[in-house]
Design a protein around this ligand. Structure first.
Ligand code: CAO
Length: 442
């Protein structure tokens, strides 16, 4: 971009000139996890995110895995910070009227309904684009166009279909899913980047566009090194996989690599003092070639530095099991934090296996705002993960998630400009409230 087209350089102190997405308004039609992760990020960057929820019910996660009776679940609260909530029955004519007004006054519509659900509401791309040609319509779906495009998809389905499960776990065990929500939150992250890019392009073209992230594609993007390995297989065994050192032949697809390091540097998870009684007294240890000598000194095997049987990465490859057993004899004499300290002092990369309890209590994560305590009117204080993306001129503050329909009135009035009599008409139609409960038959 030509520098000349940029405004004058701000003279305000960093962090005091608004937020990155100030002025962007999002019609947030998302639910469960993938979509809400995306819109939560946009809200942290300053976008005004208006979450549209079904009257009386709301996002289904409000009532899932409930820990505090009568309060929104952590599942919901931890994915919907900094948003406003309006309840609308999108299939009611008066609900449609409000939605049309929202479409006209928002910049982006984000949704992750089942395939076809938005069209069934009458909100086709053609309809939206005609109503507001500047609107970006961003969707998460399970699969892209193809044989599975009509399928409903949840996290673990995406992990399996995106190549993660077949390459996770131990070679002689079943495929495994990971604890990190790469299908849901991972795809939400991808979608957020697509939206911001579409906003940037709109600055030039003036028009919106469709942005689609399929969960299968998002997972595959995160598992791309495994597709790399699939192609390397044609040219010989994958020498950094333990099974090579164990003399086990490779099949025709990328195998599961257990805890082997994905980066070509041999690595393993090793026991530390307290294991296995303490399920997290382990450390990830990488025997990176440039630090082989300090490793030998630390573990008390100085002769391995010059012994041709051990001194080169190639000589070590067939002996990785034996080498890691020896390193583990040493790590078992120390806590994971002691290993961390001793190794990092000589540039050996290691990673302590941190439990969620340890992470929740970690002071440095609190200090950076990555772990934040939030107060909520019905559930009280809870911990959440703040914005993991830190920007020096767009500082994120974490605000509690909205109650169901908490901002319905202010959105109708202040955002959409409906007059008091119009609001009364819309509300009177029942389009924004739950249908009355049916009397139980006597
Ligand atoms: N007013 C009226 N109706 C509403 C509404 C509102 N405010 N909000 C939703 N609905 C309706 C939808 O229109 C849809 O109705 P139809 O089936 O008649 O069209 C219905 O609610 C159910 O929506 P859905 O099919 O999206 O929800 P589901 O619980 O059946 O499926 C899920 C959930 C996640 C499997 C599905 O939405 C999906 O596959 N999404 C895409 C992939 C995805 O994001 N998966 C991640 C899930 S975890 O993050």
């Amino acid at each position: 971009m030509a520098q000349a087209s940029l405004p004058d350089v701000s003279t305000k102190p960093f962090g005091q000139d608004g937020k990155a997405l100030d002025g962007v308004r999002i019609l947030d039609f998302t639910h469960v996890q993938s979509g809400p992760t995306c819109t939560q990020l946009l809200a942290w960057f300053g976008a005004d995110v208006i979450k549209v929820e079904r009257p009386g019910v709301g996002d289904i996660t409000r009532g899932q895995l409930v820990d505090v009776k009568g309060a929104d679940s952590l599942y919901f609260t931890m994915l919907n910070h900094n948003k406003r909530s309006i309840t609308i029955d999108s299939k009611h004519p008066q609900g449609k009227r409000v939605l049309d007004a929202l479409i006209k006054s928002c910049d982006v519509l984000v949704e992750n309904f089942a395939p076809g659900a938005l069209d069934r509401m009458g909100l086709t791309w053609e309809y939206i684009h005609k109503l507001n040609p500047r609107m970006i319509v961003a969707s998460v779906k399970g699969f892209g166009p193809g044989p599975y495009e009509d399928c409903k998809v949840y996290e673990n389905v995406a992990q399996c279909a995106g190549g993660s499960a077949s390459t996770t776990g131990f070679r002689d065990g079943p495929p495994l899913v990971t604890g990190a929500q790469i299908g849901d939150s991972g795809t939400g992250l991808h979608l957020a980047l697509g939206i911001v890019s579409a906003l940037f392009q709109r600055n030039r073209t003036g028009r919106g566009q469709k942005v689609l992230c399929a969960m299968q594609d998002g997972v595959l993007n995160l598992a791309r090194v495994k597709l790399r390995d699939q192609q390397r297989l044609k040219h010989g065994p994958l020498t950094e996989y333990s099974q090579y050192g164990e003399g086990i032949e490779f099949g025709d697809a990328t195998p599961r690599a257990g805890n082997d390091s994905g980066g070509g540097q041999p690595g393993r998870i090793l026991k530390c003092k307290g294991a296995p009684q303490d399920p997290n007294a382990y450390i990830y240890f990488i025997t990176q070639a440039p630090v082989w000598e300090p490793i030998c000194d630390l573990i008390g095997e100085p002769t391995w530095k010059t012994d041709p049987e051990y001194s080169t990465p190639k000589a070590r490859l067939p002996k990785l099991n034996q080498i890691f057993e020896r390193i583990e004899q040493w790590t078992m004499t120390k806590t994971k934090f002691e290993v961390m300290e001793l190794c990092n002092a000589v540039d050996i990369p290691v990673g302590p296996i941190l439990s969620m309890k340890e992470i929740a209590e970690e002071k440095s994560l609190r200090d950076t705002g990555t772990v934040v305590e939030v107060d909520h009117p019905t559930r009280g204080k809870y911990l959440t993960v703040g914005n993991p993306i830190k920007m020096s001129d767009s500082i994120s503050e974490v605000k509690r998630s909205p109650l169901l329909g908490e901002h319905t009135d202010e959105i109708l009035k202040d955002v959409l400009g409906f007059k008091a009599d119009e609001i009364a008409e819309i509300k009177g139609s029942g389009a924004l409230s739950a249908p009355p409960k049916k009397e139980k038959a006597a």
